[in-house]
Design a protein around this ligand. Structure first.
Ligand code: C2E
Ligand code: MG
Ligand code: MG
Ligand code: MG
Length: 290
């Protein structure tokens, strides 16, 4: 820190930036403690199948309630973890927590898959496939029940290495999804090089497609592109019934969004899933009768 002389005494230069970096140092320390002490949490948001209204998987989203600062958003936590070398530990915590949750749900009669987000840094971690394999075995999870979501830009930052690592993971039976599709590099040739099963259209296009023709067209084209490449397509950020219906008529496979279900703590989501499956069963029964 730069010391600054002020006539009277020497004080530490305390403009907002330095104040922020002190706060940051403290936050980084708190984050490390939170990972070690299991003080982080996950919320889960369902991916809804538009064809049969069923839910076969949920996305795990990191949550950290800081004792003094309140909720620290993942958009803040992840870059901090990347820059301070704790991302590997954090990703492992998320994977372990998510897979343990699946086995808890299975025990309660809820059979479902989970999607975990990876950081660009995780794609350089050559031990990741073994870690994933170990956690799947430990929790008795079928590899088909796990999806790893990687953003387009994370994959592009080191395409060859990403392709290699993700191929090893895919060989185990785990699925790979491209997250935030449409916001990264615009060359589509990389899609052929990656062992991807699912493409998630970024919410920035989906949110406004109800009243923005360009966004609606981008989403529609992306759905066709995904299908032509043999990929499952997910629209994230579905905030209205209008958008949901548009996506349905455009042939989108799966949706996520506040209109359907917000990310929820595990216990609440368990209740939501149970209610949803009763409703779908009732619908099917009504169909049988008719
Ligand atoms: P993402 O993977 O694209 O996740 C979707 C984000 O959109 C989540 O924000 C979710 O809460 C939010 N969302 C869901 N439905 C709607 C909707 O209808 N409208 C709007 N406006 N937003 C919606 P969240 O939880 O704040 O996460 C932000 C990003 O942080 C994630 O984007 C992901 O890139 C990253 N992230 C979250 N958890 C983890 C994690 O465990 N590990 C890593 N590496 N990244 C994570
Ligand atoms: Mg995601
Ligand atoms: Mg996304
Ligand atoms: Mg995002």
């Amino acid at each position: 820190y730069t010391a600054k002389h002020t006539g009277k005494r020497t004080v530490f230069y305390d403009d907002t930036q330095d104040e922020n970096s002190l706060l940051r140092l403290q936050l980084v320390k708190d984050l490390k403690d939170a990972i070690s002490n299991d003080h982080l949490d996950l919320h889960f948001q369902p991916k809804i199948n538009l064809v049969n209204q069923s839910v076969s998987s949920v996305e795990a989203l990191l949550r950290w309630e800081h004792p003094e600062h309140g909720m620290v958003p993942p958009g803040r936590i992840i870059p901090m973890a990347e820059q301070t070398g704790v991302i590997q530990q954090l990703t492992r915590w998320v994977l372990a927590r998510a897979l343990r949750q699946l086995s808890d749900w299975r025990r309660d009669g809820i059979d479902i898959g989970v999607a975990v987000n990876l950081s660009a840094y995780d794609l350089r971690d050559t031990t990741l496939p073994e870690v994933v394999h170990g956690l799947l075995t430990e929790t008795g999870t079928h590899p088909e029940q796990l999806t790893l979501e990687v953003t387009e830009s994370a994959m592009m930052s080191d395409l060859n290495n990403a392709a290699q690592l993700l191929s090893r993971i895919k060989e185990m039976g785990v699925s790979i999804a491209i997250d935030d599709f449409g916001t990264g590099f615009s060359s589509l040739s990389y899609l052929k090089k990656l062992p991807v099963k699912e493409l998630k259209i970024d919410k920035s296009f989906v949110i406004n497609m109800g009243h923005d023709e360009n966004d609606a067209m981008i989403v529609h084209s992306t759905i066709d592109l995904a299908h032509n490449l043999g990929l499952t397509v997910v629209a994230e950020g579905v905030e209205s019934r209008k958008v949901l219906e548009q996506l349905q008529s455009q042939g989108c496979d799966l949706v996520q969004g506040f209109h359907v279900c917000k990310p929820l703590p595990a216990v609440k989501l368990g209740g939501w899933l149970r209610e949803m499956s009763h409703r779908v069963t009732a619908l099917h029964k009504a169909g049988d009768v008719a």
